[in-house]
Ligand binder design. Sequence first.
Ligand SMILES: [Zn+2]
Length: 80
Amino acid sequence: MMTDKTNDLSGDTGRMSSDNTDRDCCPLCGGPNGCAIEAGREVESCWCMRRAIGEDVLASVPLSLRGRTCICPACAAGGK
Ligand SMILES: [Zn+2]
């Protein structure tokens, strides 16, 4: 006698990987900001520690993102 039981385990692993923290993106151009902190590296190794960012560039960053999201080297250079 054969009991054909198809054990259908529909393993629906509802992953919550949609983390919408775009902290690794430049708020000005949307590109990667290359921030060492976001990459899990030393703060000292970040490019922004070695380069002065113009006040006019910082002023163009939306207030809600200022101090929370890094801008990218290209935008920091103000080359636009
Ligand atoms: Zn940028």
